[in-house]
Design a protein around this ligand. Structure first.
Ligand code: ADP
Length: 255
């Protein structure tokens, strides 16, 4: 009797091991599918600027063009190579962030100073996006990787500018504190993002509008979310605000 109950236990254990192996195998298959999809997306993204560079440099090589055409083609090659470099930089950044290899450079700074810098770096054109900041929360000090956080701010501000369709584009930035965390809201008065798309926009290579020609690869929000996670917080879309609204929720101190 003892022997048979031992056998039963062993067979149950074997079953558990077999189930775990099956689960691990399913996970590996899913990861491999994801990796293939990612590689094919990357190749596709790289191919577009490469094709332009190749054909326009071929035209230049063949000669027989007037000065105006030559300068136009050289201009296209120049722009496309900048786009290619930006794409590679973004991909590298994302890969480093996703692999957890990022070393944080923690500094103390006031949110208002970070926002001032981000607004200046976003290079808003005159007469373009109006940025409205009036919250008292801006006086709060943060101890975090301020350069990385500024990168997120710049991305959200540039997006508000890029995707704001209103005649009088406006972005409100509001800062509020809650139990060791700070919420920084970026609310614009553009088209906004539908509830269905609101989770998808954080995925790699997702563009809802056809901005391919403007050199956008759909990596900005994916990178921003990875950064905010790395800083111990979250980046989410807040529905029902009229235009688009993004909330950065991060701890006051990251050590
Ligand atoms: P990119 O701007 O490079 O395309 P992002 O990851 O920053 O990539 O954004 C992904 C997509 O989300 C954009 O292509 C755009 O369609 C949408 N989006 C982002 N920000 C806004 C916004 N403020 N208003 C409307 N749509 C937006």
């Amino acid at each position: 009797l003892e022997y048979s109950s031992k056998l039963e236990t062993q067979s149950r254990e074997l079953e558990q091991i077999a189930r775990k192996l099956r689960e691990a195998n399913a996970k590996l298959t899913a990861l491999s599918v994801q990796k293939d999809a990612f590689l094919s997306q990357v190749s596709h993204e790289l191919r577009t600027p490469m094709t332009s560079i190749r054909s326009f440099s071929e035209f230049l090589k063949e000669g027989g063009l007037d000065a105006q055409a030559r300068s136009r083609y050289a201009g296209i090659i120049h722009e496309e190579s900048i786009r290619l470099t930006r794409l590679l930089d973004d991909l590298l950044d994302l890969s480093v962030l996703e692999n957890g290899q990022v070393v944080l450079n923690v500094q103390t700074a006031r949110i208002s100073d970070l926002l001032d810098r981000a607004v200046a770096s976003a290079g808003l054109a005159d007469g373009g996006l109006e940025v409205v900041r009036q919250s008292e929360g801006e006086g709060i000090y943060l101890k975090t990787d301020t350069d990385r956080l500024s990168q997120v701010f710049i991305n959200l501000i540039s997006n508000a500018q890029k995707y704001c369709v209103s005649d009088a584009p406006k972005l409100r930035i509001n800062v509020s504190q809650s139990k060791g965390y700070v919420d920084i809201d970026f609310v614009d008065n553009g088209l906004g993002i539908s509830p269905d798309d609101a989770t998808v926009v954080f995925e790699k290579f997702v563009r809802l509008t056809d901005q391919a020609s403007a050199g956008s690869a759909g990596l900005g929000l994916a990178i921003s979310r990875e950064i905010v996670h790395r800083l111990g917080g979250s980046l989410d879309y807040v529905p029902g605000q009229g235009g688009a609204a993004f909330r950065v929720h991060i701890p006051l101190t990251n050590v």
